[in-house]
Design a protein around this ligand. Structure first.
Ligand code: HEM
Ligand code: MTE
Ligand code: MO
Length: 476
């Protein structure tokens, strides 16, 4: 029998256009179908499979399950897929999530595939820096496997033409910069909106927020090295992830160029999280960290950067992560009518005591703990706490004060990227058998949280930042 050369998946993936040739795999065989593309009865759709496996598409279009289709295919065979890649492919064809990394069992899982999980609230406020293993995880797609040796970051849209950087170049050519920044998903606290009226999205509690130190090259330095000058005509910087769905669509988002190149914007191409190599779930080998900006723009597994007059055309920039009026429903929503969320509004929540728990009257006092943060580098300057449903208020102690660990120094003005943990210990109100505890934060623009959820309800359940309320029983 004819023996064919062996190709790796990586070689196959290089053939995705008519110019480079169009290769596909099927059951371990490699096929060069360049000459068949124009003859395909199903038209140009065939290009969706370019560089990858036919199986998921043929499962979708069952017309291919006939002998004459396989006969046509066999004419184009040029090789065999390497045994390792066959194994990997079999696993990922039966389950695209099969190579996702292991996760910590303490996480509260909202969705397994894709993996979305949050830390339990009481762990969240136990340390200023969230350990990476329990940092919330928000994936839209399977975690891609990226080889750090062959990784290339593509940069487009600059006057000098495209530039590409290896991981080693990113680490050696640019100063390493470290920023402590909180990431919050636009959907944090969505479950409270769900209680008012059903919304579409993962049912996050108060834990779709975490704080870490990130190290990497400044995006500004990289863009300047790639040819950016203040005269460069562009309004946005688009990011593309290496995570993709079966049709090849990748995760994408963009931020204003102004933020990307600002000296005190602190935007990073991070390759470390909490002093260690970036974990697979958080974007290994490189992710964007955009301090002060909604989680969705902090693109993980970064593959490409493009300067443009336009925002990213991705679904997540155009048709998701936008806020609407409570009167807007899925029949009337016009995603073009609202701006993409970038900076987030002021936020706080109670992490301790837990909803529905009991406190002991004989203790005489109660300690309430939580977090507070605001977008755009606005510093949280005060957190008010009520133990009696909002009738009276007390000011909580912010982290950095006498009693608490955390940064002692105030962050530079406009660059308060990290959350503040806070705490209040107060006498138990007399007589009450139930306490409604509430918190609300104030940032240095005197932005404050709205008092209730209904007036800010929106169909996607984003921007949920009403006063947080927890009810506890007082036991005699
Ligand atoms: C139809 C071959 C890849 C989508 C067909 C037919 C053949 C064919 C022979 C006509 C079947 C019949 O009516 O008996 C192939 C071969 C492929 C390939 C050899 C790969 C080398 C793909 C891919 C897609 C696709 C990747 C989608 C992503 C379709 C569709 C039709 C079709 C939608 C139905 C067209 C219609 O009924 O109008 N293909 N195909 N094909 N193919 Fe493919
Ligand atoms: N980047 C890629 N490539 N793919 C994704 O699914 N999710 C985004 C963002 N970056 C995402 C991504 C969203 S919506 C959020 S909230 C943050 O990553 C979550 O980051 P984390 O998983 O490190 O907490
Ligand atoms: Mo998110």
């Amino acid at each position: 029998a004819h023996s064919f050369p062996i190709y790796t998946q990586e070689e196959v993936t290089k053939h995705r256009t008519l110019a480079d040739g169009v290769w596909v795999t099927y059951k371990g065989g490699v096929y060069d179908i360049t000459d068949f593309v124009a003859m395909h009865p199903g038209g140009n759709k065939i290009m969706l499979a370019a560089g990858g496996a036919l199986e998921p598409f043929w499962a979708l279009y069952a017309v291919h399950g006939q002998d004459h289709v396989l006969e046509i295919l066999s004419e184009y065979k040029v090789g065999e897929l390497s045994p390792e890649d066959c194994k990997q492919q079999e696993a990922s064809l039966s389950d695209p999530y099969s190579s996702d990394p292991p996760r910590h069992p303490a996480l509260r899982v909202n969705s397994q595939k894709p993996f979305n999980a949050e830390p339990p609230p009481e762990l969240l406020s136990d340390s200023f820096i969230t350990p990476s293993a329990i940092f919330f995880k928000r994936n839209h797609l399977p975690v891609p496997k990226v080889d750090p040796e062959t990784y290339q970051l593509e940069i487009e849209g600059l006057p000098g033409g495209p530039v590409s950087l290896s991981l080693a170049e990113l680490k050696s050519r640019f100063p390493k910069h470290t920023v402590t920044a909180t990431l919050q998903c636009a959907g944090n606290r969505r479950s409270e909106m769900n209680q008012v009226k059903q919304v579409k999205g993962l049912n996050w509690g108060i834990g779709a927020i975490s704080n870490a130190t990130w190290s990497g090259a400044r995006l500004r330095d990289v863009l300047i090295a790639a040819g950016y000058t203040p005269g460069t005509v562009a309004q946005h910087v688009q990011f593309e992830g290496l995570d993709r769905d079966v049709t090849g669509t990748t995760y994408g988002a963009s931020i204003p160029l102004r933020k990307a190149v600002s000296e005190d914007g602190d935007v990073l191409l991070a390759y470390e999280m909490n002093g260690e190599e970036l974990p697979a779930d958080h974007g290994f080998p490189v992710r964007v960290v955009v301090p002060g900006t909604v989680g969705a723009r902090n693109v993980k597994w970064l593959g490409k950067i493009a300067l443009s007059q336009e925002e990213s055309s991705s679904h997540w920039q155009q048709n998701d992560y936008k806020g609407f009026s409570p009167c807007t429903d899925w029949d009337t929503v016009d995603f073009k009518s609202a701006p993409a969320i970038q900076e987030l509004p002021v936020q706080s929540a109670i992490t301790q005591p837990a909803e529905g728990s009991a406190v002991d009257r004989s203790a005489g006092e109660l300690t309430v703990k939580g977090y507070a943060w605001s977008g755009g580098g606005r510093e949280v300057v005060r957190v008010d706490v009520s133990l009696d449903g909002g009738r009276t208020w007390q000011v909580a102690q912010l982290q950095g004060g006498d009693k608490q660990e955390g940064p002692a120094e105030a962050p530079p003005l406009g660059r308060a990227w990290a959350w503040k943990l806070w705490e209040l210990t107060a006498p138990l109100p007399e007589g009450a058998q139930e306490l409604e505890i509430m918190c609300k934060a104030v940032d240095n623009s005197y932005n404050m949280q709205p008092d209730s959820v209904a007036p800010i309800w929106n169909l996607r359940g984003v921007l949920s930042n009403a006063w947080h309320r927890v009810t506890v029983r007082v036991e005699e």
